[in-house]
Design a protein. Structure first.
Length: 207
């Protein structure tokens, strides 16, 4: 789709061209929020742009393009998932690179296997989110199925039930920062966990 806005002709010159070609093209451009891989020409304050290069919906304030939301993703926030078919020992999944600067808010975990009888630091699955690029942990302590960390959570996993851990430190990420999730097996907790789905949530800067 074109990224060019065609201003209407003055008077009657080129009227047929406007009606048959230029006007329909301009209306189509407005309908899809200037969807394309390159920045629209001559943007004005209040204009939207669906940036297909970064996969983000952007808004122009007169001088800067601000990120509003991902295209085809979660409204008002990022969402990115990774799947481990069977988790029977300590394992790490490096699976997300930030498309732009933003804030990470939480880790969500889903599993087809429930845990039970976990005890803090003795028999449990422990979880970590780590910014590999910045060498920073996003939890301030150990979070596991037998532990509870203020502001973060932790507890037993139920079958196909969301398990939410809230980031409590180092939430800021820069463009291209890589995040890693690690599941650590301590003692002999429920094993294996099958079809474990990890999902990072957050939002880009400019919201």
């Amino acid at each position: 789709m074109t990224q060019t806005y065609y201003a209407p002709f003055d008077g009657d010159d080129g009227a047929n061209l406007v009606i048959k070609t230029t006007l329909p093209a301009t209306l189509a451009t407005l309908r899809d929020h200037y969807r394309g891989a390159t920045e629209p020409t001559s943007p004005i304050e209040g204009q939207f742009w669906e940036d297909t290069t970064t996969g983000l919906l952007k808004y122009y304030d007169g001088s800067t393009w601000w990120v509003l939301a991902p295209l085809g993703g979660y409204v008002g926030g990022w969402g990115r998932g990774g799947l481990v078919a069977s988790l029977s020992a300590t394992d790490s999944l490096t699976f997300w690179s930030a498309p732009c600067a933003g804030i990470i808010t939480e880790l969500r975990i889903l599993s087809e296997t429930a845990t039970s009888g976990s005890s803090a630091g003795a028999t449990e699955w422990q979880w970590e989110v780590y910014n590999v690029t910045q060498a920073q942990a996003l939890f301030s302590g150990t979070v596991g199925t037998g532990t509870s960390l203020g502001g973060v959570g932790g507890g037993e996993l139920a079958v196909e039930t969301e398990y939410l851990l809230t980031v409590d430190q180092n939430p800021d990420v820069a463009a291209a920062d890589v995040l890693r999730v690690t599941a650590t097996k301590v003692g002999s907790p429920t094993s294996p966990l099958t079809n474990v789905h990890f999902e990072i949530r957050g939002y880009p800067n400019g919201l």
